[in-house]
Design a protein around this ligand. Sequence first.
Ligand SMILES: NC(=O)c1ccc[n+]([C@@H]2O[C@H](COP(=O)([O-])OP(=O)(O)OC[C@H]3O[C@@H](n4cnc5c(N)ncnc54)[C@H](OP(=O)(O)O)[C@@H]3O)[C@@H](O)[C@H]2O)c1
Length: 289
Amino acid sequence: MHSQKILVLGATGNIGSATVKTLASRKANVTAGVRDPSKAKELQNSGAQVIKADMSQNQAELAKIISNYNAVYLVTPGHIDRTQITINAIQAARQANIQYVLLVSIPCADNQNILFGRQFTPIEKELKASGLKYGILRLPMFTDNAWGNNEPIRTHNTFYGPINGDKKFVTVAVQDAALAAAIILENPSKHNGKTYTITSDYKSSDEQAQIFSQALGRQIKYVNATFEGSKQSLLKMMPEWQVDGLLELYSLVEKSDVSQVNQTSDYKQITGNSPTTTLSWMWQNHKSF
Ligand SMILES: NC(=O)c1ccc[n+]([C@@H]2O[C@H](COP(=O)([O-])OP(=O)(O)OC[C@H]3O[C@@H](n4cnc5c(N)ncnc54)[C@H](OP(=O)(O)O)[C@@H]3O)[C@@H](O)[C@H]2O)c1
């Protein structure tokens, strides 16, 4: 049993929901703060409490909610206004004088040359200057983004991307990000003032194709599409600002920028476990591919 009362804001997304479910399965006292509780049945069924809370709501009201907890996890939303939204939540956490804040960020948070960097720099800065005890979880591209390639892999054993097949980059499995966050939130005193980068694997797209072939028992091929072609297909999945931001990340991969190639041992250090390889991720999900 853990005595910590933990609040997760941004709890219906990939990272938030996986973290809430991981905490609930570990019998932690976890509450999911969601904008629309009627859409959070799955979180309720996991054993978590669900309340209505919005990172962009009135600061004093949000502070009142946050003051009922010992630790809050701010899962920065994939929203064009995420700088203001997340800073609002940090300021509410400060008003509430909460014991610990864990924040989702990205490995290129210091890079002013790209949109995502410009969005995350002021968020990290606000948290560090808040006087609160905090931790930052920097997450690279998700292994789980393979779901975005599910249809072409299922229908014609091929997936596409804007980079050369031999360019390696780090990824994080959402389940690894969730376990690391859960362990930090259950016992935050060990993780004060820490910035972690959680990486699960480091593979090129060609290597991913080989791994997918192995897990699925049939030949899967990676095709390097043009940036414009990639943009058009990504626009079917996400808004333009996010597509442009993602393509900037791929440009960093092309240049082997340290933010995209630096494998860390932070996951092992926090959890004691080995991270989820791309191969084991695909084993877990092979029936859907
Ligand atoms: N995909 C990747 O490869 C990748 C890699 C690294 C980092 N990231 C970033 O990591 C963060 C978490 O990823 P994710 O996939 O879990 O994010 P997501 O799917 O965008 O979910 C974030 C959650 O934010 C919440 N939210 C709260 N206030 C909001 C508001 N005013 N407007 C919009 N959403 C609001 C929503 O939860 P409620 O409905 O419960 O309120 C939403 O489910 C995002 O910033 C993402 O861009 C993504």
